[in-house]
Design a protein. Structure first.
Ligand SMILES: Cc1cc2nc3c(=O)[nH]c(=O)nc-3n(C[C@H](O)[C@H](O)[C@H](O)COP(=O)(O)OP(=O)(O)OC[C@H]3O[C@@H](n4cnc5c(N)ncnc54)[C@H](O)[C@@H]3O)c2cc1C
Length: 488
């Protein structure tokens, strides 16, 4: 089983031997651009969690929960406080291969899950671009995949969960039991309590392959038309745009749509459903994949990335009318895991991602504006990824009936100020379009934005629940203090 290259090595605490005086260490966001510090303690058992909450209440400490540490934002950072790592709580507690219902501890990763169930024909209903995220982190952020428009978010497949509140109380929650907490804790970015078990309904699949269509789109308008044209026949939709293209080429790129194979379409499901047939290649272009980030390093600058974006677009034009092929579920889903530690190729300043979610009526024009703004300010994103979304019933949802564009920016000492100013300017365009942001990715949002993004009633309800679940304000993160600064 591949280990998580994203994990740091936090101090280990045994269930009853919890030491909250661990030295403070540097705690980085996934993309390394946000740096904080904290005392990292690790829980491998719910009793440890309970004990740590109790000690934090007694000693007036604050705690940030950490799953597998894949957030680009400051969602698991807690300057000067405790960072409670739950990655070690990763056991599958119950599995029913007839219904596809799994109950697991929160630290279970997507990768460990599909490797355990695919052979029996079950795949996670929603997966992120990395398989290293944990169920706890995915539930807390209510993560989405390339199938958000069709299957909704990770939270929509959670049948029930148990959450340990900072008061020490434990609650079982589902859409019908403690439902207010169910709809608020999913997407509640770890501010209401710690999930101790999560029950999820998996997706039945008849093959380990998906049928993929690659569509070349010559500009942003064509990318939007592509979704409308294919939406009724596909399960997945994801686009890549050349971040450097301007003028009439602005937003040119490749859209990948995919669908599950129906029963009987795969001549050899016994083989394709084997986890071994899904594993990502060990070598890329002849390089061992573990060293690939070093090979990429000289290209991760404006000139190199302009060339890489152009080369990717030109190579897609080999099939100007599209291209159909079959690909393993893992290879299609976890493109970002092909090159371990690719984030290191961005250099010491790391990267941030600016991902906005915009209602469909305004998305195309607003994304043209955001890309143009980046070019005008001379701070150009190196990667643009495009998805289609739908609304969901969770209190602080980021999803809209519309689209998202994720823009990856390299951060350097020199561009940091300009990048944060650009983000503030782009926020205005996103607000004007009725857009939203996603706490797993956001690194720049200011507290003034909070009430412009979510309805007042939702924020008030969330903060009331926080007071009930966490009256001493133990659960805190740098993200919470940054975005909710005007409310706390
Ligand atoms: C390469 C890459 C690709 C990605 N692609 C996508 C994508 O396609 N779609 C998408 O939606 N996201 C995506 N993400 C973001 C990622 O899915 C989220 O940040 C997710 O929350 C990460 O899970 P984690 O286990 O690493 O959680 P962490 O980053 O460790 O924590 C995330 C949040 O969950 C809280 N938390 C963690 N464990 C618990 C718990 N047991 N109980 C309560 N709260 C808890 C933390 O306090 C924190 O607020 C991607 C990230 C990376 C690095």
């Amino acid at each position: 089983m591949a280990s998580n290259p994203n994990s740091q090595s936090p101090a280990l605490a045994r269930p009853w031997n919890v030491d909250l005086t661990e030295p403070r260490i540097r705690v980085e966001s996934w993309g390394r651009a946000l740096v904080s510090d904290g005392r990292v303690v690790r829980a491998t058992h719910p009793d440890t969690l309970r004990k740590i909450f109790e000690m934090a209440r007694r000693d007036h400490r604050t705690i940030a929960l950490r799953g597998a540490g894949n957030s680009y934002s400051d969602a698991f950072q807690n300057r000067g406080g405790l960072v409670l790592d739950t990655a070690g709580m990763d056991r599958i507690l119950e599995w029913d291969s007839t219904t596809g219902i799994v109950r697991s501890e929160p630290g279970l990763t997507i990768g460990k899950m599909w490797r355990s169930t695919l052979q029996e024909g079950w795949w996670p209903p929603v997966v992120t671009g990395t398989m290293f995220a944990s169920f706890g982190g995915l539930a807390a952020m209510n993560a989405h995949g390339k199938n958000n428009f069709k299957r909704g978010t990770f939270g929509e497949h959670i049948v029930e969960f148990t959450i340990l509140l900072p008061t020490g109380e434990e609650k079982r929650c589902s859409p019908t039991e403690n439902s207010e907490l169910y709809y608020a804790a999913i997407g509640g970015f770890g501010m209401l309590g710690c999930f101790t078990d999560i029950t999820l309904k998996m997706k039945k699949v008849h093959s380990g392959l998906v049928e993929v269509d690659a569509h070349v789109t010559r500009n942003l308008d064509e990318a939007f038309q592509c979704f409308e044209k294919h939406k009724d026949h596909i399960d997945y939709f994801v686009g890549w745009f050349d971040a450097f293209a301007t003028g009439g080429d602005l937003g040119r790129g490749i859209i990948h749509t995919a669908r599950y194979l129906r029963e009987g379409e795969d001549p050899n499901p016994g083989m394709t459903l084997q986890p071994a047939s899904q594993e990502l290649p060990e070598r890329i272009l002849g390089f061992p994949k573990s060293l690939m980030w070093i090979a990429l390093r000289p290209f991760v600058n404006d000139m190199g990335m302009r060339y890489i974006n152009l080369a990717k677009y030109i190579s897609s034009r080999v099939h100007p009318d599209g291209h159909r092929y079959r690909q393993s579920l893992a290879a299609f889903s976890f493109l970002l895991d092909y090159v371990p530690n690719w984030k290191l190729s961005y250099g010491p300043g790391g990267l941030i991602q600016y991902q906005s979610f915009i209602p469909k009526e305004k998305a195309c024009e607003t994304y043209k504006t955001l890309i143009r703004m980046s070019h005008e300010r001379g701070v150009i994103p190196y990667l643009l990824v495009f998805k289609r979304h739908r609304r969901d019933p969770f209190l602080l949802t980021h999803a809209v009936d519309g689209y998202s564009l994720a823009m990856d920016y390299r951060v350097t000492e020199k561009n940091r100020g300009a990048l944060w100013s650009l983000a503030a300017e782009m926020d205005e365009a996103v607000h004007a379009a009725g857009g939203r942001f996603y706490f797993a990715k956001d690194a720049t949002l200011r507290s003034e934005s909070l009430r412009r993004i979510w309805p007042k009633a939702s924020i008030d309800q969330f903060l009331n629940l926080k007071k009930k679940c966490d009256p001493d304000g133990i659960l805190q993160t740098d993200l919470f203090r940054r975005v909710f600064a005007n409310e706390i």
